[in-house]
Each structure stands twice: as structure tokens, then as C-alpha cells.
Design a protein around this ligand. Structure first.
Ligand SMILES: Nc1ncnc2c1ncn2[C@@H]1O[C@H](COP(=O)(O)OP(=O)(O)OP(=O)(O)O)[C@@H](O)[C@H]1O
Length: 426
């Protein structure tokens, strides 16, 4: 990297042991290349594509440079097919189209990774290839992710890229490597999109660590920091990654990116820069997680660009807007309920409150990753069933069922069954 006209900075990607002042640096004229190809599917590799799973070398001769330009506007395709995550709250309320980017935003431990992992598991029967990129995750979390994906037979369509950082600030990957790992995953995804005409899901967990790694590299190179200490190249670096995530005439790359908001400050330049590139935002709330309403998605704080009748269809659109309205009404009434009690509400408002509480519970579902916590097998719910379930609640077909029947079930039929079981016990 040229810092001044006659000064060049170099970032170390490998083990820096033995590198000392006065050593000669030689320009090879090459940029980093990583292995690509079918042989990577089912493998766990490091940011340079070297195996981490002890299953021998990756059997491919093809490599591709990690730094490439984004497809130009002519070859891009407009978004018309939603991806089915199998998670009701997301498919119904915050759908994502093939070739789009969805941010999963939430405080620590609110379930960002859980959404990513269940979405991967739910693609077992589909034509989508999944690439999970762990940027700066603890070793324990990466092993846990791999273990769960293997247990549910999801490694057959998944590549995991692990970059690990040990706690207490010790790193076993240089910032140069962490700043590249997102690009490595993306390059592997581009191979499937461009050369195999496939659709790929790319999970970046967590994109904020990509920003931090870029910041460290910038500081090491002696560049003058910009706003709030971020690298002056922040928006170029973010654009270079995000613009390559798109659909083309050959196939698509859709991405889910987890992020946490530093000090809850939504005006932080790192967050603002990331937001600018996104088509949908899934907002996770600690208050919902605290009530075990998992996934802790707040549909009122989330949004999706494709939630319009032309793409998702009239019925889905009607239902999603209906759910938002009922939840909003419940939120508006909460102060009155707290002061006067629910009995003081008009019949209409009372009905809205009861339906909203059922909807809040129907937005939950058992996750595969959380089986050990919930003691319930994970559930995949098809989009059709999801939309129908919410429609029936909104239309008042289940006004007579207790709200607990809607909690942690898959389809609406399961809620009806659960209500019957509850009644039998009572
Ligand atoms: N769908 C779920 N069902 C039940 N429990 C869940 C669910 N999602 C998350 N949890 C609980 O929350 C914990 C944290 O989840 P997860 O690791 O996915 O959060 P995260 O936001 O990715 O965390 P981090 O900020 O550390 O990356 C889990 O260990 C589990 O106890």
C-alpha cells in the first residue's frame, strides 16, 4: 500500500516470528489468491483456505485472487425471489431476496449467530450453498458451530471459514488476515456464482470485526485516523466488500451479516457505513430475549426493502402489515394498560391486545441450535404455512385459544394441537 509517494506499507499475513527491522521486503507483483471449488464444501478452512479440520488437503487446483472488482451494473439482475430461512419471524416480516444483504443487529448474546446457524441448517433440502465466515470469533464458538452443523447434516452444503481470536486481547491471526477473511469467503462464493451458476448464502459473523481489523491495519501502517478513530478508508473498504455481494445473470450471493452496535450508538461511523449498504435489517431486542421470546426479533424496529406486494405477493404483504399494525397498537396501549388495567380498554382495543400477544408468541419457534436449552426439536416452517398462520390469528380464527398455545410452535396446526393438550391436562 502506498502511504506517500516514496513510502510503502506492508501488512503481515503469516506468523511474524523472526521478522526483524532491516529485513528486505520484495514485491512479487501478485495479490493473495485462495483455493476455490467444490472440494471446499463440507470443509473448515482458515482465511487463506488452508484446512483446519484435519481432513487432509483441499483437493482443488483452482485459485482466485481475493481482491476483485464488483460485477458491473449491466450484468446485475433485479431481485425477485425471496430466500426462505424457515424462520417464521424473518420470512414473514423481514424477508430477504436472492442477491440482497440483511443485517442482524443486536446486543451481545441476543441470538445473532443462532439465526445464522438455523438458517444454514434449514437449507439442507435446497439448492443453496452456504458459506459461514467467522471473523474474530472465539475458537470455542467456531468449534460449536461446526459441531452443530455436522450433527444436523448441514456440512454437506456448507463451508466454514474460521478466524479465531483468543480472549484477553491475544490474537492468533494478524489483523491483516482478519481484514481479508470476509473477502476470502466472498471469493469462494463468487466462484460458485460465476462458474457454477449457483445461488449462495454468505454469513458474515461478525461484520463489525471486519471494520475493527481494517482499523488495526490502518493504525499499524501509520495512517492518520478519521472520525472516532476509524480508518480513513472505511467506506472504500466496506464498499469493496458489499458491492460484490449481489445477483448476476449467472447466480446470486445473498448475505446475512451479524453486527453489534458499539455503546448502543447508532450514529457511530462504522454502523452508519454498514447500514448504507443494506437491504434489510433484523433488529434483536434484549427485552424479548429476557422473556425467552426467541428469536428475539422486534418486527417494529426491523425493515425489509422487498416487503412489497409486487415481490412477496398481495396476501403476504397484507399479513405482514397487519402484524405490524396490531403490534404497534399493543405498544401504544401499554402505558394505559399499566395505569388503568386491561379491563378499561374498549372491546376493539382489548381484542387487538389479545391478538398481539398471540402474534408475539407465534413469532417464536424452537431452534435447532437451542435444543439443549429448550428441550424441543428445531422446526423449519415453510413460508406458505408461516403466512397462513399469521393470517388466521389476525382474522380472529384462533381468538378462543390461550396465548401460551402459540409459544414455541412451528405451524398454526401445532398451536391448535398444543391448546388441546393444555386443555386435556387442565
Ligand atoms: N432461538 C433461540 N432459542 C433459545 N435460546 C436462544 C436462541 N437464540 C439465542 N439463544 C440463547 O442466547 C445465547 C446467545 O446466542 P448467540 O450466540 O446466537 O448470540 P450472539 O448474539 O450471536 O452472541 P455474540 O454477541 O456473543 O456473538 C445462546 O447461547 C442461547 O442461550
Amino acid at each position: 500500500m502506498n502511504l506517500e509517494s516514496d513510502v510503502v506499507g506492508a501488512a503481515i499475513l503469516g506468523d511474524p516470528t523472526g521478522v526483524k527491522e532491516g529485513d528486505r521486503v520484495r514485491a512479487t507483483g501478485q495479490i493473495i489468491e485462495v483455493p476455490v471449488g467444490d472440494a471446499l464444501v463440507g470443509r473448515v478452512v482458515d482465511p487463506l483456505g488452508r484446512p483446519l479440520d484435519g481432513k487432509g488437503p483441499v483437493a482443488t487446483d483452482r485459485t482466485m485472487p481475493v481482491e476483485r472488482t464488483a460485477p458491473n451494473v449491466v450484468v446485475r439482475k433485479s431481485v425477485d425471489t425471496p430466500v426462505q430461512t424457515g424462520i417464521k419471524a424473518i420470512d414473514a416480516m423481514i424477508p430477504i431476496g436472492r442477491g440482497q444483504r440483511e443485517l442482524i443487529i443486536g446486543d451481545r448474546s441476543t441470538g445473532k449467530s443462532a439465526i445464522a446457524i438455523d438458517t444454514i441448517i434449514n437449507q439442507r433440502e435446497t439448492d443453496l450453498i452456504c458459506i459461514y465466515v467467522a471473523i474474530g470469533q472465539k475458537q470455542g464458538k467456531v468449534s460449536q458451530v461446526v459441531g452443530i452443523l455436522e450433527e444436523y447434516g448441514a456440512m454437506d452444503h456448507t463451508i466454514v471459514l474460521g478466524s479465531t481470536v483468543l480472549v484477553f486481547g491475544q490474537m492468533n491471526e494478524t489483523p491483516g488476515v482478519r481484514a481479508r477473511i470476509g473477502l476470502t469467503g466472498l471469493t469462494m462464493a463468487e466462484y460458485f456464482r460465476e462458474e457454477q451458476n449457483q445461488d449462495v448464502l454468505l454469513f458474515i459473523d461478525n461484520i463489525y470485526r471486519y471494520i475493527l481489523a481494517g482499523m488495526e491495519v490502518s493504525a499499524l501502517l501509520g495512517r492518520m485516523p478519521s472520525a472516532v478513530g476509524y480508518q480513513p478508508t472505511l467506506s472504500t473498504e466496506m464498499g469493496a466488500l458489499q458491492e460484490r455481494i449481489t445477483s448476476t445473470k449467472s447466480g446470486s450471493i445473498t448475505s446475512f451479516q451479524a453486527i453489534y452496535v458499539p455503546a448502543d450508538d447508532y450514529t457511530d461511523p462504522g454502523i452508519v457505513t454498514t447500514f448504507g449498504h443494506l437491504d434489510a435489517v433484523v433488529s434483536l431486542e434484549r427485552a424479548l430475549a429476557a422473556q425467552a421470546l426467541y428469536p428475539a426479533v422486534d418486527p417494529l424496529a426491523s425493515f425489509a426493502r422487498i416487503l412489497e406486494p409486487r415481490i412477496v405477493g398481495e396476501e403476504h404483504y397484507r399479513v405482514a402489515r397487519g402484524v405490524q399494525q396490531v403490534l404497534q397498537r399493543y405498544r401504544d396501549l401499554q402505558d394505559i394498560i399499566a395505569i388503568l388495567g386491561i379491563e378499561e380498554l374498549s372491546d376493539d382495543d382489548r381484542q387487538a391486545v389479545f391478538r398481539a400477544r398471540k402474534i408475539q408468541r407465534f413469532l417464536t419457534q424452537p431452534f435447532f441450535v437451542a435444543e439443549t436449552f429448550t428441550n424441543q426439536p428445531g422446526k423449519y416452517v415453510a413460508l406458505r404455512d408461516t403466512v397462513r398462520g399469521f393470517a388466521e390469528i389476525l382474522d380472529g380464527q384462533h381468538d378462543d385459544l390461550p396465548e401460551q398455545a402459540f409459544y414455541m410452535v412451528g405451524t398454526i396446526e401445532e398451536a391448535v394441537e398444543k391448546a388441546a393438550e393444555m386443555q386435556a391436562i387442565a
